[in-house]
Design a protein around this ligand. Structure first.
Ligand SMILES: [Zn+2]
Ligand SMILES: [Zn+2]
Length: 303
């Protein structure tokens, strides 16, 4: 709830007239509690989990012929019931874990100092904070994910997420309840280290989930904006992690590739890419087609 009685009070308080965005924020949030504003994340996550994967489902179900060149495991076909079952499981976890976690975690947001007040942060402030959040999350997630690939972590918790050896967008948040809770920590650490505005926090939660859905989409589309981000892993990178499955000791990072490179856990992936390139070049010179997928590398050694 904003501590100003009117727009005039708000302008006096910050020492200048409100921008259009700040006026909009004032009108929207002035009478709403901070707790209620924080709980908007529940609605955003519901909409993202429901709507964003639909784009990839439509491609897969209705336009697969046109997009086959970008499908990472083109020999595997998901059915309508596969998608519905995955969505049902994700919604169950959403209702029982993700939603309630949002409802009870507000004190931690208050403690670290996420603000709802004016002035609004500049675009540069939002972008630089999001950058830090992604870096911190990626590094922390790398080590937690790597730990979950130990014998105990995998058998007890992480193998649920790996039921999908061919990922689909809806499977991005599909995981054991303990993993959903544990992976909340890396998402929280960035905002705890560099607390920002509630709008930045909303954006962070939304962008991280949209990124995870793209990464699990099963399609490596060439025109996505993420292609311009240096050291970005993307769908092909994480798909390989699922394709190799429980034995995977490769591609642990959730967003970028630098952790796997530094700690030497991308050797299998890079070796496979090199062999595929050679295979493709060889087939090209013989005039034969090749789908370039992980699946075409079956039998090729990975770590
Ligand atoms: Zn894994
Ligand atoms: Zn995954």
């Amino acid at each position: 709830m904003l501590p100003y009685a009117s727009i005039h009070d708000a302008a006096t308080s910050i020492g200048r007239p409100l921008t259009a965005a700040e006026t909009f924020w004032f009108n929207y949030s002035a009478t709403k509690s901070d707790y209620f504003l924080y709980c908007h994340n529940i609605l955003f996550l519901f909409l993202i989990f429901t709507l964003v994967p639909l784009f990839y489902v439509f491609i897969d179900l209705f336009f697969s012929k046109h997009f086959i060149a970008y499908k990472i495991q083109p020999k595997v076909k998901s059915s309508v019931s596969d998608y519905l079952n995955c969505y049902r499981d994700v919604m169950r976890s959403f209702l029982l874990i993700v939603g309630p976690l949002q409802l009870v975690s507000y004190p931690s947001i208050q403690m670290i100092g996420i603000r709802t007040s004016l002035p609004l942060p500049s675009l540069m402030e939002i972008a630089s904070q999001l950058f830090v959040y992604f870096l911190v999350e990626d590094f922390t997630n790398y080590w937690i994910h790597r730990f979950l690939h130990g014998k105990w972590g995998y058998e007890k918790i992480h193998k649920v997420h790996h039921e999908y050896t061919t990922p689909i967008g809806y499977a991005a948040p599909y995981a054991h309840w303990a993993e959903v809770l544990i992976l909340g920590i890396p998402s929280f650490l960035g905002p705890a280290m560099v607390p920002g505005h509630m709008i930045t926090f909303w954006l962070w939660i939304a962008l991280r989930q949209i990124e995870a859905i793209e990464t699990h989409s099963g399609y490596d589309l060439p025109w996505t904006l993420t292609k311009f981000i240096p050291f970005y892993g993307g769908a092909d990178y994480h798909d390989y992690h699922h394709y190799v499955g429980g034995q995977s000791q490769s591609n642990f990072a959730s967003v970028f590739t630098y952790c796997d490179y530094i700690y030497g856990t991308d050797k299998g992936y890079r070796y496979q890419k090199k062999v595929l390139r050679q295979l493709r070049d060889g087939l090209k010179s013989e005039g034969k087609p090749n789908d370039g997928s992980h699946a075409s590398a079956q039998g090729i050694k990975s770590d």
